[in-house]
Design a protein around this ligand. Sequence first.
Ligand code: AKB
Length: 313
Amino acid sequence: MKKVLVIGAGGQIGTELVVGLRKRFGNDNIIASDVKDEVKDALKDGPYEKLDVMNDADLKEVVAKHQITEIYLLAALLSATAEKHPDFAWKLNMDGLFNVLNLAKDGVIEKIFWPSSIAVFGPNTPKDNTPQYTIMEPSTVYGISKLAGERWCEYYAKQYDVDVRSIRYPGLISYTSLPGGGTTDYAVDIFYSANRNEKFTCFLSEETGLPMMYMEDAIRATINLMEAPKESIKIRSSYNLAGISFTPVEIFNAIKRVRPNFEIEYAPDFRQKIADSWPSSIDDTHARQDWGWEPEFDLEKMCEIMLDNVLKN
Ligand code: AKB
């Protein structure tokens, strides 16, 4: 019987992933966990455990208590916050991964999902349609931790037959739960300003193209990857995944078509340098071939849903 532990369930991805997994596998089979005391309303339909993934003993206790078979490890510090707290970012992003990988190595759990990011690429990577296999050389703490994590995932898969699966998420756009500490967060914040009729100050320049994805696509991709037959998962580092790529001015223009009075100004800050080191679009041929990935949301569809929902939530 499948018993899933989602670590970092209170975050942007975790919240929607728990809801998606509970819909598919039943509320009681999905245990949400987060380091925070307060349980979000969206997570209250099933079991919750307060858990710090860096505490190996506590992690083992929760896994034993619920007889966990699969872990989705989402607890991490994202790119912008990690630049401010490099030591802690490295510790959280790596210790947590090792604790979970070792549970699978020891045969305690059967399967792991661990998210990587477009941040594994760096300034020397080809920017357009970035291939799965290419120059990496990330220049951020977050990117370095994700690339190291990818190498460890592949190592554990090859050496110890650990069934670990991963996606290099682009920037994720959602309204149920806010992102925090990322470089792609402007693409969510912009909808709040648009709906409040406020001028939006964008922390990236207007021509900064980045790979993005609507959250519903990301959740579907994640669950599909985890449910795919083991033999179809050919890549054990992490899969490139593409959704929608756009620049701040392109998303502004898409919103302006629906909110004609909307205004924007550009005030690039330290996050500009991070964004400049990342790809502007991604080639996800391997994900399409290996486990049938196909995105459903384009810029217009995503903007429509976001504008309808951000303030309601
Ligand atoms: C970030 O901006 O740090 C994240 C990411 C692309 O991994 N959204």
